[in-house]
Unconditional design. Structure first.
Length: 542
């Protein structure tokens, strides 16, 4: 099979071999072919991707000066050997080279461990390596990792060249580079379907042969130090991996299905989590208000939203704003996922509730308390009373928006005076996927969209849509960012809460100040090219 090379007329750039992944060209250094001194080229100018029947497709990424093939400007076009491509000041030509014949070698009989074929010939291994090669950042070789088992001991399981250890190593590396939060390995008869949750969405990665999947899951069970159990038993455990620059923890869950155990591994990688309030892209006026609330001696800061909307991450970063040397900070969590320096972190056990532990913590002379979640009236009432008696209380509640959070607390049976006098700030948030910079494309704003969005479109005639490339696992998105809505309690709002409030009454008071809804915050992000209008509707639409 012929190999294809992209040859540049500039000798400093030379040639670049095209494979199964995409090749990005532009002025930005993150491109596969960076055109550093080309002031005519755009930052992300164009991309070449494999198409059908061994052909390659060139896509212009909305560059300001366009891309030309054989002298003609193109937006999307197939390219063939001999074609001349002009990007900025640089000229490329596509060349095909026939491989040299190789003398055949008689293959040895496969062993049981390698029954799926050697690593370099296994389609699943090649597919995983291609995914790793395409995901940024580019690196010359794969990182080496090793497992730390549930007992804290270093395991040599990933040093072998067997199919099981290779599969686990490649999957953990893929999860790391893709910023996945979960890895799903589900048996489907003769194969294991591997998917990962990336930016909140499930993405199919690879199909593993049954023998390889069984070996990989067996290795994870050993790392979790799980005992032998019946086929219909559910199993839970944990292990960790040591990367060259960090340690990553995993929570593993095995659940029986009709074809065998399914593994879901939750990835707890602090590298992909924001480490300060400044990192979560909160509007400045909200950021300053939260910081001010963190310095108070009393009051409650409540975060609301559905599961997986980043509430706990926001509260963790708020805790980092507090002087933890001079103040006693205690958290009650279910479970404790990330550790914070100089904070006493207490997990909720099987025999205790948030309310039970909160009453105990109040006898530990706390200044600041984080209650992982308000689930019942007892916990809510105790937390509100603590906020009125000289403690700063952080907590979360499941509610659609900030106004809904007030009514949720009232529905739990808390007296209105407790809600009115304990509450300081309520934050509602959602996580919206961010467009991939390599493949996003501009689209016109329709008249209907312009009328509906109004001033939040900031006068833009174009927004961006997702396309999908190998750098973003064909999703069109790369990463997530939170959108926020903040309800700042003032005297007028407290008077309203004390007197059997309605949603209309609260909205009338809120709209007198600076207030942006979740959906309006999302529209601003779309207008600035950060996400798409469809994504905003999916996440914040009612």
């Amino acid at each position: 099979m012929a190999t294809f090379k992209l040859v540049c007329s500039n000798a400093k750039i030379g040639s670049f071999e095209l494979g199964t992944g995409s090749v990005a060209i532009g002025r930005h250094p993150d491109n596969d072919i960076p055109l550093k001194d080309d002031d005519v080229a755009s930052r992300f100018h164009c991309v070449i991707e494999p198409g059908a029947n061994g052909q390659y497709i060139l896509k212009d990424l909305g560059s300001r000066n366009g891309t030309r093939v054989n002298g003609e400007p193109v937006s999307t076009a197939p390219i063939n050997p001999g074609d001349v491509i002009v990007v900025g000041k640089h000229t490329f030509s596509l060349k095909a080279e026939e491989p040299k014949p190789v003398k055949p070698v008689k293959a040895a009989a496969p062993t049981a461990e390698a029954s799926a074929g050697p690593d370099d010939e296994s389609p699943w291994a090649v597919e995983l390596r291609n995914i790793l090669d395409a995901l940024p950042p580019k690196q010359s070789q794969l990182e080496f990792i090793h497992i730390i088992d549930a007992g804290g001991n270093r395991s040599e399981a990933l040093r072998g060249e067997g199919q099981g250890s290779t599969a686990v190593r490649l999957l953990l590396l893929t999860g790391s580079k893709a910023r996945a939060t979960d890895i799903h390995c589900e048996p489907k008869g003769e194969t294991y379907s591997v998917r990962m949750r990336v930016d909140g969405q499930m993405v199919h990665i690879v199909e593993l042969p049954k023998v390889v999947g069984d070996l990989a899951l067996g290795l994870i069970r050993n790392a979790c130090q799980m005992q032998q159990a019946p086929r219909d038993a559910t199993l839970d455990g944990h292990f960790a991996t040591r990367f060259p620059d960090r340690k990553v923890d995993y929570r593993a869950s095995f659940t029986p299905t009709v074809h065998g155990h399914k593994l879901v591994a939750r990835i707890l990688d602090e590298r992909i989590a924001p480490q300060s309030l400044s990192d979560i892209h909160m509007p400045i006026y909200m950021l300053e208000r939260i910081r001010k609330a963190c310095q108070n001696d009393a009051g409650m800061i409540l975060a609301c939203g559905p599961t997986g909307s980043g509430k706990t991450t926001t509260l963790y970063n708020a805790l980092r704003e507090i002087d933890r040397q001079r103040r006693n900070v205690v958290t009650i969590e279910d479970p404790v996922e990330y550790t914070i320096d100089n904070v006493t972190q207490i997990p909720v056990g099987h025999n205790n509730t948030f309310g039970d532990i909160l009453r105990s913590v109040l006898r530990q002379d706390p200044d600041v308390i984080l209650v992982g979640e308000i689930r019942d009236g007892e916990t809510a009432r105790t937390a509100a009373q603590a906020a009125m008696t000289g403690h700063v209380v952080f907590s979360t509640v499941h509610a659609k928006d900030t106004i809904g959070a007030v009514f949720r607390l009232l529905d739990l049976g808390i007296e209105p005076y407790l809600v009115a006098n304990s509450m300081d700030v309520i934050i509602a948030q959602r996580l919206i996927r961010v467009l991939c910079e390599y493949c996003k494309r501009p689209v016109k704003v329709t008249p209907g969209q312009s009328t509906r969005i109004g001033r939040f479109l900031e006068g833009k005639a174009e927004v961006f849509a997702a396309t999908g490339c190998s750098r973003c696992l064909r999703t069109g998105f790369n990463g997530r960012r939170a959108v926020f809505e903040m309800l700042d309690f003032n005297d007028e709002l407290r008077d309203c809460v004390l007197n059997q409030p309605t949603i209309a009454q609260m909205k009338k008071i809120i709209e007198q100040g600076v207030f942006t809804t979740l959906q309006q915050s999302g529209w601003l992000m779309a207008a600035r090219g950060i996400t798409t209008l469809d994504e905003v509707e999916r996440v914040t639409g009612v």
